[in-house]
Design a protein around this ligand. Structure first.
Ligand code: 4AD
Ligand code: MG
Length: 464
């Protein structure tokens, strides 16, 4: 008989009909010749209850129905006498598809996330990771839907690149050169003419530069793909491989950009509240009791729009009033996560879009303000996350952009194609990057970014 998914089985009301369900045993208990199985197949956080009478089943088979085992159940759908569930399955036949002995690492409840990370390949079968992964999927759907409905084109930028978008230099090199016998030139420098691409290449840190080419032709594009950063930051908010969404829009100014950032994030959060109710209810109960309240509050209020200079003033006033921070924050400093969170969580108590940063702490492509000191960046800072979006208006003037590139002593040989956007038919434009896992952190209430991606890549860890 055709399998019914648990999510559908729980909605069926044709009591008395035959039904087949398959899944993994969450738990089994028994009393007075009857056993009860909580079965989950990943389609929903909810389990379906299977009821069987010991006398109808082979004792050895019933013994194999342990936590983690995979089973197929043929039975009859019945109305459930138990509270909290409409239906259950009265088992007629049970087949153990995959037994699961006591060495199964996920069998105990309440294991630490750190323990589960060491078994990241099996943690997906737990309630928490099932909920997080279903929400992750839903957020991807929200993002594609939002941009599609707003006339953006999904634009695919390369993962292997010869240019360093953020200019931070923390890229993973890509090569087919023999690392055990590295060919060098007469000066002892590594050559690349004999490498696969004939030039030094790396995994991309951002698709923005290519995205700008898309936007200045198609009007509005977005990327959604993996991004790689070899930054050695072992924090709960950094991954070496993460997913980024980068919309880029022609004819947008700073105001348009901030409006889009806010509208887009709110749409995603609303989507989660509308489409992930069961998983959010579970996480709200088990992980973070203020989760749903926090999601709803983000929707209610306008984001604060705060120039960097004003942010520094607020932080320094807090310091004068006795607030202690680990890192300094004088004008010109890059804000640390503790500063961002102070502004968002303690001072304003709502999300902040910080703008107009000192040019020294931002990337070369941002539009310079008339003061000559600040750039039109527009980062979105979120409660419990800190920076969730990094964005900016782009410098569209070739002269100004070249001046900035020279000031930074950047090599333009791998950027000429980018500069062509400014040489021919340049236009005002802007864009931003949303860290997908940071959004998932916010929406799930999880604390560590390693726990919102199936197989995290972090310093000294590429397992699975
Ligand atoms: O602020 P970032 O570095 O901006 C850019 O890459 C721009 N090129 C984006 C653009 O304007 N198109 O990164 C954007 C976002 C951050 O705000 C953060 O949410 C996320 O990407 N991010 C990371 N997420 C996880 N792990 C890391 N190591 C991250 N680095 C950045
Ligand atoms: Mg940033």
């Amino acid at each position: 008989m055709k399998r019914t998914k648990v999510i559908d089985a729980l909605k069926r009301t044709d009591f008395g009909s035959d039904i087949t369900v398959m899944g993994w045993v969450r738990s089994k208990r028994g009393s007075k010749g009857i056993f009860f199985i909580a079965l989950n197949d990943g389609s929903t956080i909810k389990n379906i209850q299977i009821v069987g009478e010991d006398q109808h089943f082979d004792e050895a088979m019933v013994k194999l129905i342990t936590t983690g085992a995979c089973i197929r159940v043929n039975g009859v759908l019945v109305e459930s006498p138990a509270a909290g569930q409409a239906s259950e399955v009265q088992a007629k036949e049970i087949e153990v598809l995959g037994a699961c002995d006591s060495t199964y690492p996920m069998q105990k409840k309440g294991q630490s996330f750190e323990y589960m990370r060491q078994h990241a390949h099996m943690r997906l079968r737990t309630n928490t990771f099932g909920a997080v992964m279903r929400i992750r999927h839903n957020m991807a759907m929200a993002i594609h839907t939002y941009f599609h409905e707003h006339g953006f084109f999904y634009f695919h930028t390369p993962l292997i690149t010869a240019s360093d978008c953020e200019g931070a230099g923390n890229m993973f090199q890509v090569t087919t050169k023999n690392l055990y016998d590295l060919k060098k030139d007469e000066n002892g420098q590594i050559t690349y003419d004999d490498d696969f691409f004939g030039t030094q290449t790396a995994l991309t840190v951002s698709g923005q530069l290519e995205g700008e080419l898309g936007a200045t032709a198609l009007g509005q594009i977005y990327t959604f793909g993996p991004t790689f950063r070899a930054e050695n930051s072992n924090t709960p908010r950094h991954l070496a491989e993460f997913w980024m969404i980068e919309p880029e829009m022609a004819f947008y100014d700073k105001q348009d950009l901030m409006d889009l950032e806010e509208d887009f994030i709110k749409y995603c959060v609303r989507w989660a509240l509308d489409h992930c109710q069961d998983d959010l209810a579970f996480l709200n109960q088990m992980i973070d009791k203020t989760l749903i309240e926090r999601l709803e509050s983000v929707l209610k209020e306008d984001f604060v729009r705060l120039p960097y200079t004003e942010g520094i003033r607020i932080l320094q006033e807090a310091i004068r009033n006795g607030r202690k921070f680990e890192f300094p924050c004088n004008w010109g400093d890059d804000l640390a996560s503790e500063h961002e969170r102070y502004l968002v969580e303690e001072h304003f108590k709502r999300p902040v879009i910080m703008t107009d940063y000192p040019k020294e702490i931002k990337a070369f492509y941002m539009k310079l303000n008339e003061d000559g000191k600040t750039m039109q960046g527009t980062d979105v800072l979120f409660p419990s996350i800190g920076e969730i979006i990094g964005g900016s208006v782009r410098e569209e003037s070739l002269d100004k952009l070249m001046a900035e590139i020279q000031r930074r002593q950047m090599d333009t040989t791998t950027l000429e194609w980018y500069l062509d956007t400014r040489r021919w038919g340049t236009c005002p434009h802007a864009g931003f990057g949303l860290g997908f896992e940071r959004l998932i952190l916010f929406v799930t209430g999880m604390q560590n970014i390693r726990d919102v991606i199936p197989f995290p890549r972090t310093p000294k860890n590429a397992a699975f």
